[in-house]
Design a protein around this ligand. Structure first.
Ligand code: SOE
Length: 387
């Protein structure tokens, strides 16, 4: 702490992402030198008992039960939107109209048109904007980008990504909000292929065209006692699942690379299996969220008798963000990616330093998501530039 400048954050949402973002606001000043102190002014949620408990536990100064009141407060500088996807646009447009900077969880919006409207409004108002693609900000992923940008992998031929979970494999798992198209926009595709698409754009560049297919394995599920997500207890009444349980797609990138992506919530045994493997003319790299400190690399320049994939621990002082935490070899976790993106966004607000991913990245991601959906409808390749 010890700086004079303050940045007052108001956050909408207090469940899983609300907890992850709250942790980031509390931790960032302890491990990073900030040009402004972040003040956890107010957290917002519809259920007063729940949001009050979260405010007390997470260390927020106050709470609101109506996001409109949060946005109207003149002691809020930026709004962090962690509400379900169907609320992103309305909250963001209101915050932008009130002159607040905005930070939004992924996917940016319910659909591409909404995302484009959010981007246009933010740019017209001149407010700062960001989207929480947190996985870009892990040291091993930053190292992957540095290796690729250095040319050490050579020409990229293949990008393969998986994002596999299994929290829906039980047909009795309740009809959480993520399973309703009108609330979530899409299922595994918009929720977790979104991460893989963003990582691919971050690491090797823009998509050219895509073709996909998807499945909804379980068509109806017990309606929860309260639509609060997986922790809800299902009733005997059933409701229709209106999103994908799994979506896979092929892609061509503008740089000529071939892409293969799969996101599933029915990958039994895989809990949060976010991976990418990239093959270039001079080498390859592989990353797995379940071993997020590590990057596997293979370089053809190695002597043949010494050639092979080797494991780099991205926990050295030379690895981005690693020195802010612990001595060499002391690993970090899932929550640290949120601290890093929060640091970068707060510095962006305080010093106008460069920041990505912004709403523009959120729109590019939404374009790929929708191009895949369109390709599924047509049963044919779709150019991303067409959507
Ligand atoms: C559920 O699939 C979820 O919480 C995603 O919404 C997050 O973005 C991902 O990081 C973990 O899984």
């Amino acid at each position: 702490m010890g700086v004079n400048k303050k940045i007052n954050v108001g956050m909408v949402g207090y469940k899983f992402m609300g907890k992850a973002h709250s942790h980031a606001y509390k931790d960032v000043g302890m491990f990073f030198d900030m040009d402004a102190d972040v003040v956890m002014k107010a957290i917002c949620g519809r259920d007063e008992e729940g949001v009050k408990a979260a405010a007390d536990k997470f260390g927020w100064e106050s709470y609101e039960t109506d996001w409109r009141k949060l946005i109207a407060r003149d002691d809020i500088d930026f709004v962090d939107i962690n509400a379900p996807s169907d609320a992103h646009k309305e909250i963001a447009l209101a915050a932008i109209a009130a002159g607040k900077h905005v930070f939004c969880e992924k996917p940016l919006a319910l659909n591409l048109a909404d995302g484009r409207e959010m981007l246009a409004a933010a740019e017209k108002a001149g407010v700062k904007h960001g989207i929480c693609f947190n996985y870009r900000f892990l040291p091993a992923v930053q190292l992957a980008k540095k290796i690729i940008d250095s040319g050490k992998l050579g020409e990229i031929h293949h990008y393969r990504a998986t994002y596999l979970q299994d929290w829906l494999v039980d047909p009795e798992a309740p009809l959480a909000w993520r399973l309703k198209k009108e609330v979530a926009g899409s299922g595994a595709h918009g929720d977790i292929n979104a991460h893989s698409i963003d990582l691919a754009r971050f690491l090797i560049g823009e998509f050219d065209r895509v073709i996909g297919h998807n499945r909804t394995f379980v068509k109806e599920r017990p309606i929860p006692v309260s639509m609060s997500g997986l922790s809800a207890v299902g009733s005997s009444e059933k409701g229709e699942v209106t999103v994908d349980d799994a979506t896979a797609f092929l892609a061509d990138f503008k740089n000529g690379a071939m892409g293969m992506f799969v996101a599933s919530r029915f990958a039994t045994g895989r809990k949060n299996h976010n991976t990418f493997e990239i093959h270039g003319s001079k080498g390859s790299i592989r990353w797995d969220l379940e071993r997020l400190n590590e990057l596997e690399v293979y370089f053809r320049e190695d002597e043949p008798e010494l050639a092979g994939f080797r494991r780099i621990m991205a926990t050295e002082p030379e690895h981005k963000y690693a020195a802010n935490w612990w001595p060499t070899g002391h690993i970090i976790g899932y929550e640290h990616g949120f601290v890093h993106i929060t640091y970068e966004f707060l510095q962006h607000l305080a010093t106008d330093s460069p920041f990505a991913p912004t709403f523009a990245d959120g729109v590019r991601c939404q374009e790929v998501l929708e191009a895949v959906d369109l390709s599924i409808e047509r049963g044919a390749w779709v150019s991303v530039d067409e959507v």
